[in-house]
Design a protein around this ligand. Structure first.
Ligand SMILES: Cc1cc2nc3c(=O)[nH]c(=O)nc-3n(C[C@H](O)[C@H](O)[C@H](O)COP(=O)(O)OP(=O)(O)OC[C@H]3O[C@@H](n4cnc5c(N)ncnc54)[C@H](O)[C@@H]3O)c2cc1C
Length: 320
């Protein structure tokens, strides 16, 4: 085998990538994590994490910082706010071009690029993004002190964030396209019991209206087609996610939704390339599932490296 600069390069420093980094670095693998944006991924958008076992309640930012410190303590190199401009995943040595000018190489790659918020794609949305329309309650909730706002969506994120936004807003109207929610019973109950939250069911957003900033929204009742205009100053949209896999088309197998296809051991169809976290084909996207994926992908990568290098086994490097 040639001598790449790293044993493993991890693409993405969300919970999946950081966990992979912890396991790899602790196993003495020379590990580089490359991340576009802030370390932590979607974690840093999460106001409060209350479902991570062993930690009763913490902020997403704090949890991400602890994961990053833990990975670095074991010797993992983390580079954030970089742009991965080219990936060559074939062959025994994988190469990754960073910022269009520097190439780093490794024996194996773990893809953990996560996902991002889905947009509604209705008139006014892109123009008023950042001018009243937001996809992150933690980032922007404070701007809506004593304002009337809407939340679009009916899953866990929508209802949990609707509740968290009541700390700032005077009223939160939740607009959802179905007659029932997709959120957990606990999230539904908490939102229902909050006196600041009201619900408009079986309805979609037809248009966002505003000049300098958001002023009103047209809400369409799906069964009747009736459109009602509601004066609001803020809109938070939580309607799902899109995997960050656009740059992976043609490099690894993706399904129709753009999710990376993986084996039970989180191998992709390309030898030496593994994937973890929200970007893979799976049903439940949580911090715990991303962390579990990061563990499995790292152990699979270590196993792969032990078979190609013959220098050490996964048991030896893991001390298990
Ligand atoms: C508002 C909100 C609240 C949530 N609340 C909870 C909660 O309370 N509990 C819970 O369990 N889960 C929660 N989640 C879900 C949880 O945050 C995600 O499931 C988890 O962060 C997924 O981890 P990940 O590592 O797969 O991806 P991500 O967290 O998305 O991280 C991926 C990282 O990869 C980077 N990246 C993307 N493409 C590239 C590229 N080409 N090159 C380099 N880097 C790249 C991204 O910038 C990002 O930093 C919440 C999510 C949101 C949005």
């Amino acid at each position: 085998m040639s001598s790449p600069s790293f044993d493993v390069i991890v693409i993405g420093a969300g919970p999946a990538g950081l966990t992979a980094g912890i396991y790899l670095a602790r196993a003495k693998m020379r590990t580089l994590i490359l991340n576009e944006g802030t370390v932590g991924g979607q974690l840093v958008l999460t106001h409060e994490v209350a479902n991570y076992p062993g930690v009763e309640s913490t902020s997403g930012y704090q949890l991400a910082t602890t994961m990053r410190n833990q990975a670095q303590k074991f010797g993992c190199t983390i580079r954030s706010n970089v742009s991965v401009t080219k990936l060559d995943l074939e062959g025994e040595t994988k190469s990754v071009e960073v910022n269009g000018r520097e190439t780093v190489t490794a024996h194996a790659v773990i893809l953990a690029p996560g996902g991002r918020s889905r947009t509604l794609g209705v008139p006014g949305e892109s123009d008023l993004r950042g001018k009243g329309i937001s996809y992150c309650a933690t980032c922007d909730g404070d701007f809506f002190q004593d304002k009337n706002i809407i939340v679009v969506g009916g899953g866990n994120s929508a209802l949990e964030e609707a509740v968290s936004l009541t700390k700032y807003a005077s009223s939160v109207t939740t607009v959802h396209q179905f007659d029932h929610f997709q959120a957990s019973a606990h999230a539904v109950e908490e939102a229902m019991q909050n006196p600041k939250i009201s619900f408009i069911m079986e309805s979609t957003i037809a248009e966002f209206i505003g000049q300098e900033s958001l002023e009103s929204v047209q809400v369409k009742h799906i069964p009747t087609g009736e459109v009602t205009e509601i004066a609001i100053e803020g809109a938070f949209i939580f309607i799902g996610y899109v995997p960050n896999t656009e740059t992976l088309h043609g490099l690894v197998d993706l399904n129709q939704a753009g999710e990376i296809k993986v084996s039970p051991f989180l191998e992709t169809n390309v030898s030496g390339v593994f994937a973890a976290g929200d970007s893979i084909t799976k049903r439940y996207r949580q911090i715990t599932t991303a962390v579990a994926d990061g563990t499995v992908a790292a152990l699979s990568a270590i196993d792969y490296l032990s078979t190609v290098s013959e220098s050490r086994t996964a048991e030896e490097v893991l001390h298990i």
